[in-house]
Design a protein around this ligand. Structure first.
Ligand SMILES: CC(C)(COP(=O)(O)OP(=O)(O)OC[C@H]1O[C@@H](n2cnc3c(N)ncnc32)[C@H](O)[C@@H]1OP(=O)(O)O)[C@@H](O)C(=O)NCCC(=O)NCCS
Length: 329
C-alpha cells in the first residue's frame, strides 16, 4: 500500500487584544517609531495581559477555533505537538495543559523546542506520524508568550517580540498533497548569540540571577540577522533544487517573521517577488513559534487547493529549515 501524505486540513489562530505600539514603547525605552519601522518593519505587537494567563490560554483559543472550523471532536485527536519556548511551566509539558483545556484525552502529546523554527520542526514531525499510518488527526501548535521573557528595559529586544498562537490539523490523504518535502539544519555554536541564560539546570533561579535580569532573552542582533538570511536562503534553495522547482513555480513564500528586512533580503536572494510573500510582522512582531501558523491563518482565504507554499524559518540554537506544502483545501 502506498504511504499516505499528511495534509493540512485547517488552521486556527489567536492573538491577544492588547496592541503594544511603537509610540507606547517610546515611553518605556530610548527608541522611536521611525527607527523601529525602518529597521524592523514592526508597528505594533500583541501582548497577553492579566494575571494567570499563559501561553496555553492562547493555544486553547486557537485549537478550539480549529476544531470548530474542521468539524473535529477533541476525542478524535490522537497526537498533539506544541512548539514553544515559553511553556506555562517546565513540568508538566504545555501540551498536557493544552489537552486538558481543550478536552483532549489520551492523546500522545509532547512539547518541542526549536525556538523560531519550532513550528516547522513540529509540522514535519507530526507529518511523519501521519505518513507512517500510526496517527490520523494530529494537532501541530506554535505558540509563545514572548512578553514573559522579554526585558522591557532593553531597547534592542523589546521592540521585536509579541505574543500569539497558531495551530494546524494534519490528516492522511491518498492525494499527492500536504507536506511534500522538508530540509532542516542546526548549528549549536549559535547558542551564544540568542539565549535565556538563567532558569534552567545551568543557572537555576536565585536572587542574584533575577537581579542580573538573566531570566530574559538576550541576542546579538547583527549575527542573528546575517545568519537568518544565509540559513533561510540556503534551505529554500535546497528544497527548490532537489524537487526541480523554481521560485516562479511556487505560489507563496511563508517566511518566519523576525524582521521585515530579513524577509525582504531572503525573498530577493531566492527569487520571490514580495507580492508572493506572506507578511504580518507589522501588526504582530516576532511571535517566535507562532509566526508561520499565524501567517497561514491571516492568508487562509487567499489560498486555493493545489497552491504550492514554501515555509521557511530560522531561530535560536541555531535551528533552521524549509518545508514545501501543497495546500489541500
Ligand atoms: C535587532 C535588530 C533590529 C537591530 O537592528 P540593526 O540594524 O542590526 O541595528 P544595530 O544592532 O546594528 O544597532 C544600530 C544602532 O541602533 C541602536 N539601536 C538598537 N536598538 C534600538 C532601538 N530600539 N531604537 C533606537 N536605536 C536602537 C544601537 O544602539 C546602535 O547604535 P550605535 O550605532 O550608536 O551603536 C536587528 O539586528 C535584527 O532584527 N536582528 C535579528 C533579530 C532576530 O530576528 N531575532 C529573533 C530570532 S529569529
Amino acid at each position: 500500500m502506498p504511504k499516505p501524505y499528511a495534509a493540512i486540513t485547517g488552521v486556527g489562530g489567536y492573538v491577544p487584544d492588547y496592541a503594544l505600539t511603537n509610540e507606547e514603547l517610546e515611553t518605556m525605552v530610548d527608541t522611536n517609531d521611525e527607527w523601529i519601522k525602518t529597521r524592523t518593519g514592526i508597528a505594533e505587537r500583541r501582548i497577553l495581559k492579566g494575571e494567570g494567563f499563559a501561553t496555553s490560554d492562547m493555544c486553547e483559543k486557537a485549537v478550539k477555533e480549529l476544531l470548530k472550523k474542521t468539524n473535529t471532536s477533541s476525542s478524535e485527536i490522537d497526537l498533539v505537538i506544541c512548539a514553544t519556548v515559553t511553556p506555562d511551566m517546565l513540568v508538566p509539558s504545555m501540551s498536557n495543559v493544552v489537552c486538558d483545556k481543550t478536552d483532549i484525552k489520551n492523546a500522545f502529546c509532547f512539547d518541542l523546542n526549536a525556538a523560531c523554527s519550532g513550528f516547522l520542526y513540529a509540522l514535519t514531525t507530526g507529518a511523519k506520524f501521519v505518513e507512517s499510518g500510526s496517527h490520523k488527526k494530529v494537532l501541530v501548535i506554535g505558540a509563545d508568550k514572548m512578553s514573559s521573557i522579554i526585558d522591557y528595559t532593553d531597547r534592542t529586544i523589546c521592540i521585536i517580540f509579541g505574543d500569539g498562537a497558531g495551530a494546524v490539523l494534519l490528516e492522511p490523504t491518498k492525494a499527492e498533497e500536504g507536506i511534500m518535502d522538508s530540509v532542516f539544519k542546526s548549528d549549536g555554536a549559535g547558542r551564544h548569540f540568542l539565549y535565556q541564560k538563567a532558569g534552567g539546570s545551568l543557572y537555576p533561579p536565585t536572587h542574584e540571577t533575577i537581579d542580573a535580569r538573566e531570566h530574559y532573552i538576550k541576542q546579538h542582533g547583527r549575527t542573528v540577522f546575517k545568519s537568518a538570511v544565509k540559513g533561510m536562503s540556503e534551505v529554500i534553495e535546497k528544497i527548490l533544487e532537489r524537487n526541480h522547482l523554481k521560485a516562479d513555480d511556487l505560489d507563496w513564500l511563508v517566511p518566519h517573521q523576525a524582521n521585515k528586512r530579513i524577509i525582504e533580503t531572503t525573498s530577493r536572494m531566492t527569487g520571490f517577488p514580495m507580492e508572493k510573500v506572506m507578511v504580518n510582522i507589522q501588526k504582530y512582531g516576532n511571535t517566535t513559534a507562532a509566526t508561520i501558523p499565524l501567517c497561514l491563518w491571516n492568508y487562509e482565504k487567499q489560498l486555493k487547493k493545489g497552491d504550492d507554499l514554501l515555509l521557511a524559518a530560522f531561530g535560536g540554537g541555531f535551528t533552521w529549515g524549509a518545508t514545501w506544502v501543497k495546500w489541500a483545501y
